[in-house]
Design a protein around this ligand. Structure first.
Ligand code: ADP
Ligand code: MG
Length: 257
C-alpha cells in the first residue's frame, strides 16, 4: 500500500464521502468487492448508529500494510492518477477508511491466506492503530464502526424521525440488491438488529441473479434481447408491457440504445 503523490491527491480527493449510514456501507462493501470477496455480511444495530459491521472473505490486509490502511491517501489500488485509465476497482482515493475513522470508532480484523491467525486492530480518529490483538476469524476482513456521528450532532439530527431511519435501511437494501445483480456469484446477507432484512445466495449468471432478487413473477414478465456490435454483445431485459407498447417484437426500443 502506498501514499498517493500530492498532485494526485489534489486532483482526486473528495471532501464529502461519509455523510450517511448508507455511505459507510457503500464504501465498506466496495472495499470487500475490490478484495475479491464472494461472501459479504452487513450487520447494523440501531439503524447503524450503534454499530455497522461489514465482514468479507476477501484477500485480507497484510500486517505490513495495517499501519497505513486507514491513513488518508494510502491505497493499494493505484499509484498515481495516470492509473485511472485502467482502473478495475471501485476504490482508488484511499480516503474511505480514514474518513470513517473521523466519524466513528473503527476496528478492523483481518487475515490473509498466508497469516496463521487474524489480527484485530483498533484505530483512532485519524486512522492510526491504538492497539492490536490476535483474533479467531478466518481469511478476509471485518470492519466495525461504532457510535457513528456521535461527534457530529447535526448529522445524527437528520435521522431524528423513524421514517428517515427506515428510508436509510431501504436505501442500503437497494444498494446491496444492485451489487447482488451485478455479481451473481456473490453471497450477501443484510441484518438489522439481529433480523435478516435481505439475503442472496450465489447463483450462476445475471439472469439467475435477477430471478433471485426480483422474483419469478417479475422475471416471467421480462423479454430478453441480444444486441451484437463488433466484438461486444449487449444483453437486455425489458418488461413485456414496455416492449410491446412500441412494437410487438420490441425492436424499436433497441434503436434508442
Ligand atoms: P481505497 O479503497 O480508495 O483504496 P480505502 O480507505 O477504502 O481506500 O481503503 C484503503 C486500503 O485498505 C485499500 O486500498 C485496501 O488496500 C485496504 N482495504 C480496505 N478494506 C479492505 C478489505 N475489506 N479487504 C482488503 N483490503 C482492504
Ligand atoms: Mg475504498
Amino acid at each position: 500500500m502506498k501514499q498517493l503523490p500530492a498532485a494526485t491527491v489534489r486532483l482526486l480527493s473528495s471532501s464529502q464521502i461519509i455523510t450517511s449510514v448508507v455511505s459507510v456501507v457503500k464504501e465498506l462493501v466496495e472495499n470487500s468487492l475490490d478484495a475479491g470477496a464472494t461472501s459479504i455480511d452487513v450487520k447494523l444495530e440501531n439503524y447503524g448508529f450503534d454499530k455497522i459491521e461489514v465482514r468479507d472473505n476477501g484477500e485480507g490486509i497484510r500486517a505490513t500494510d495495517a499501519p497505513v490502511m486507514a491513513i488518508k491517501y494510502y491505497t493499494s489500488k493505484i499509484n498515481s492518477h495516470e492509473d485511472l485509465e485502467n482502473l478495475t476497482t471501485y476504490g482508488f482515493r484511499g480516503e474511505a477508511l480514514g474518513s470513517i475513522c473521523c466519524v466513528a470508532e473503527v476496528s478492523i480484523t483481518t487475515r490473509t491466506a498466508s497469516d496463521i491467525f487474524s489480527t484485530q486492530y483498533v484505530l483512532d480518529g485519524s486512522g492510526h492503530i491504538i492497539s492490536q490483538k490476535p483474533s479467531h476469524l478466518g481469511q478476509g476482513t471485518t470492519v466495525t464502526a461504532l457510535r457513528l456521528f456521535k461527534n457530529i450532532p447535526v448529522r445524527k439530527q437528520f435521522y431524528s424521525t423513524a421514517k428517515k431511519c427506515k428510508d436509510e435501511i431501504k436505501k442500503i437494501q437497494d444498494l446491496l440488491i444492485s451489487y447482488g445483480i451485478l455479481k451473481p456469484d456473490l453471497r450477501i446477507v443484510f441484518i438489522h438488529n439481529k433480523a435478516v432484512i435481505w439475503q442472496k445466495t450465489r447463483v450462476s449468471d445475471h439472469k439467475m441473479a435477477l430471478m433471485s432478487v426480483l422474483g419469478t413473477a417479475v422475471m416471467g414478465n421480462m423479454e430478453s434481447f441480444q444486441y451484437h456490435c463488433e466484438e461486444s454483445q449487449l444483453s437486455m431485459l425489458f418488461p413485456v408491457t414496455l416492449a410491446s407498447r412500441s412494437t410487438n417484437s420490441g425492436h424499436s426500443i433497441l434503436k434508442h440504445f
